[in-house]
Design a protein around this ligand. Structure first.
Ligand code: UDP
Length: 471
């Protein structure tokens, strides 16, 4: 509720939009160039355009650029930065694999893009037509520098968090944990529960094993600044899922907080995948028994050793369960192609399918899918929840450990597969989720959350109401 009350306060003070109400309103958006950030930003664009009648301009980096042909013709797409050299410089900053220094990369991208963004924004504002006014700039919360450009040029800003409320609540506590000397962590204390942040342990706040503590702290400080300096924070979540963390955030940040998710259930029909989806898997799923298939995917960035991939392959075979496994071209560290072991193909014939990229939302909503082995990126976690699919969790970095803890300890709709990846433990985990009573209970709880998610986006549901306020 706190989020609603504050949302009302801002809507009455948003003078640029209301005093020039005779002109059409245009929302300017700038996503971070990663799959898990582009998708929710473009889904938000879809919501603001379709439900709010707003015009949309999408600024984008020259790397991982969205495809305008998949979006309404009325959208404007503006590439930020000119020339191949600049594009190559931006591309070089995108880390691949679980051991990338993501915090450093995010800050470097922000620094690189904010200079050309200033030119692009000035041009966009100068071109404002009489009937069309820039109502606000929605930036990814990792783009504090880009956001400051908007502020300087007089455009109100909103900050989009593409993670859950649980993650933002944990980030808000980070400075205090540093002040108390709990962070950076003592390696011998990693299993210590954090009394300030149940159910998190100290290890869940080690967001990257390759970034320095100083880099991590600066990166989080900038995310929090982005939230505090904004006219509101938008989160792709829903009240019934994360009510207490949403309350905490609204109190702490003192800006309106809009929980408007699950965006993929509101902004339907939009496809912003950077890789080509293999839709043949849906026909294959049509032939499988209800809730019999384990879907296995580790998102767009996480990577692993070749030995781990082999253990997964044989663990899935030994489990005797049906599965659909996404092996992205760069899923193995430092390699563009994964070679599956001899004998694997014959062993899975008829009950296993391997593809390089899935239409994940369609897969998770397919009746044949009964479980999801995931890295727990927030989009994957939320997509799984909203289709009532329980999870085996194998987090790699960033907010994934936090999301895993909530899946296991708060929502009780999955469990973490910890330790070294070995075929025996994998086999046991798969059978635990797919066949055992415990797994069925997790599925029942996941379905209850699915129902709550559905209600939240219906008329007068919490997310639908928050969207109306936001618009
Ligand atoms: N995704 C997909 N096909 C796949 C794997 C992932 O379309 O085979 C999508 C998935 O639906 C989600 C996004 O990619 O929306 C991944 O985002 P997430 O936050 O889960 O993880 P990240 O890739 O950022 O680590």
């Amino acid at each position: 509720m706190a989020s609603m009350v504050k949302a009302e306060a801002i809507s009455s003070s948003s003078s640029p939009a209301t005093t020039r109400s005779s002109r059409r309103r245009r929302v300017l958006m700038f996503p971070l160039p990663f799959q898990g950030h582009i998708t929710p930003m473009l889904q938000l664009a879809g919501v603001l355009h379709a439900h709010g009648g707003l015009d949309v301009t999408v600024f984008h980096a020259p790397v991982n650029a969205p495809d305008p042909s998949r979006h309404p013709a009325a959208y404007r797409f503006v590439a930020v930065g000119d020339g191949n050299e600049f594009a190559a410089e931006a591309a070089a900053l995108i880390p691949t694999g679980s051991y990338g220094d993501f915090p450093a990369a995010l800050m470097a991208l922000d620094a690189l893009l904010r200079v050309p963004f200033e030119d692009a924004l000035r041009r966009a504002l100068a071109a404002e037509e009489d009937e069309d006014v820039a109502a606000c700039l929605v930036v990814d919360s990792n783009f504090r520098g880009v956001q400051a450009v908007g502020e300087r040029l007089g455009v109100p800003t909103l900050s989009l968090r593409t993670g859950g409320a649980c993650c933002l609540a944990a980030y808000l506590a980070f400075p205090e944990l540093c002040a108390k000397g709990i962070l950076p962590p003592d390696q011998l204390q990693l299993d210590m529960p954090l009394t300030e942040l149940p159910p998190l342990r100290l290890r869940d706040m080690v967001l990257s094993t390759t970034s320095s503590h100083a880099t991590m702290a600066t990166c989080l400080e900038r995310i929090l600044d982005s939230s505090r300096c904004s006219s509101g924070v938008i989160l792709n979540t829903f009240n019934d899922l994360e009510n207490s963390d949403l309350e905490k955030i609204a109190t702490d940040l003192n800006v309106p907080v809009y929980a408007i998710g699950p965006l993929h259930k509101i902004s339907i029909g939009l496809e912003s995948s950077l890789l080509t989806q293999d839709r043949n898997c849906l026909e294959w799923l049509d032939k499988q028994e209800t809730e019999s298939v384990l879907y296995v995917s580790f998102g767009s960035l996480a990577s692993m050793d070749r030995e781990e991939l082999l253990e997964i392959a044989w663990g899935l075979v030994d489990s005797q369960m049906s599965f659909l496994w996404v092996i992205r071209p760069n899923l193995a560290h430092g390699s563009q192609r994964v070679h599956l072991p001899d004998g694997f193909e014959e062993a899975i014939r008829g009950r296993g399918m391997v593809i390089s990229w899935a239409p994940q939302q369609d897969v998770l909503s397919h009746r044949a899918v009964g479980g999801f082995w995931t890295h727990n990126g927030w989009n994957s976690t939320l997509e799984s929840i909203c289709d009532g699919v329980p999870m085996i969790c194998r987090p790699h970095f960033a907010d994934q450990m936090i999301n895993t803890r909530y899946v296991q300890e708060v929502w009780k709709i999955g469990f973490e597969l910890e330790g070294k990846l070995e075929r025996e433990t994998i086999e046991r985990a798969v059978r635990r989720l797919m066949c055992k009573e415990e797994g069925k209970e997790m599925r029942r709880r996941a379905k209850a959350l699915k129902n709550q998610a559905r209600i939240s986006v219906e008329k007068e549901g919490s997310s639908k109401t928050a969207i109306d306020m936001l618009i």
